[in-house]
Design a protein around this ligand. Structure first.
Ligand code: F6P
Length: 360
């Protein structure tokens, strides 16, 4: 019987989404034959599922997209915490999503996304839909998988940023403080920081002490190195802030007129050390562009594996890489959990052994 599968990309985009979509589609066409499978693209993630915005995809839609950044399906943020809340628009989002699945006569829905996406995937799975997830995010923080597609490309991009900052920091004898995406997880900052030879790496999992950060800068100055590179994860916070609730922290920052840790760290380093500090925020550049060769291969392997789960009708699962092997986890086992950097992780130790300061 002809299979009809839906596919969506949800949450923040990243390089490798199209490579994954292509991997799923091509493997499905090989497995089932082009005439026995129909792929329905859901536009803009769960938003399209809620509003029944879909498009039938032709085999040719999946050609030439391996190297393309972003997502050909579009994406939107559709926060999980509001999924079961009926707002002023009176839309029952979960009911609508189930209705679209039914109307579109889907046998399965493939969801490409991060932690939020997986929570909604699990919800839909518990509501009786056949769902298979695929782990994407530059943050690399999905529980149960060693790696997510998009991460390695972002590490390459962030490393390139740090490399470029190095030369200008050295020329001007400045402190360059670079803010790297990652609100909860410091994987991207940690990896790019090591690859780019940052002198100080500040991540949310290790709250910093500004005096220790300044000491590290001074030590370099005393050793005749008059510039430093400080890699700061977007979601970093100080030891004092670690004692506060998230709301209190945000309120205090607003009152101080500094909403990001990066700006405050740069100002404080300048004040304490007397060295000139500048901030660089590459922001969404870290999510853009063509996937690296590593991510193209990973995305393809993940996509092809998802097609085999589909053939075996193994639903309620998400694809993962564990100890170098592609496998899958039950959605219910990973949803709502995050994979953060353990302060005792070998990579943290490696950096510390090199003399890199974490400010804590
Ligand atoms: O989850 C990926 C991510 O890029 C985070 O690193 C970052 O905090 C967030 O998305 C930014 O989200 P938005 O695209 O909504 O600004």
């Amino acid at each position: 019987m002809k299979k009809r599968i839906g596919i969506l990309t949800s949450g923040g985009d990243c390089p490798g989404l199209n490579a994954t979509i292509r991997g799923v589609a091509k493997a499905c066409f090989e497995k089932f034959g082009e005439d026995n499978i129909e792929i329905v693209g859901v536009v803009d993630g769960y938003y399209g599922l809620i509003n029944n915005e879909t498009k039938i995809m032709k085999p040719s839609d999946f050609s030439g997209i391996l190297t393309q950044g972003g997502t050909i399906l579009g994406t939107k943020r559709q926060p999980y915490k509001l999924m079961q809340v009926i707002g002023e628009d009176n839309v029952d989002k979960v009911k609508n999503m189930k209705e679209t699945y039914k109307k579109q006569k889907l046998d399965c829905l493939l969801t490409l996304g991060g932690n939020g996406t997986h929570k909604t995937s699990n919800l839909l799975s518990q509501e009786g839909l056949n769902v298979i997830g695929l782990p994407k995010t530059i943050d690399n923080d999905i529980y149960g998988t060693d790696v997510t597609f998009g991460f390695h490309t972002a590490v390459d991009t962030a490393t390139d940023v740090i490399d470029r900052l190095h030369t200008t920091a050295a020329s001007h004898s400045r402190i360059l403080v670079v803010e790297i995406m990652g609100n909860k997880a410091g994987w991207l900052t940690l990896n790019a920081g090591i690859a780019g030879g940052a002198d100080i790496i500040i991540i949310p999992e290790i709250p910093y002490d500004i005096d220790k950060v300044a000491d590290a800068v001074m030590e370099r100055n005393n050793a005749g190195k008059d510039f430093s590179i400080v890699a700061v994860a977007e979601g970093a916070f100080s030891k004092a802030e670690a004692e506060m609730k998230k709301k209190e922290r945000a309120k205090k920052r607003l009152e101080a007129g500094e909403t990001t840790a990066t700006n405050r760290i740069a100002r404080q380093i300048q004040e304490i050390t007397g060295s000139e500090a500048r901030v660089c925020v590459p922001g969404h550049m870290l999510r853009g562009g063509s996937p690296s060769a590593y991510d193209r291969i990973l995305a393809t392997k993940f996509g092809v594996y998802a097609a085999s789960l589909l053939a075996e009708e193994k639903y309620g699962r998400t694809v993962a890489m564990v100890n170098g092997k592609i496998t899958s986890n039950k959605l219910e086992d990973i949803a709502g959990k995050a994979r953060l950097v353990d302060p005792k992780h070998q990579l943290v130790k490696t950096a510390r052994d090199l003399g890199v300061s974490f400010g804590g």
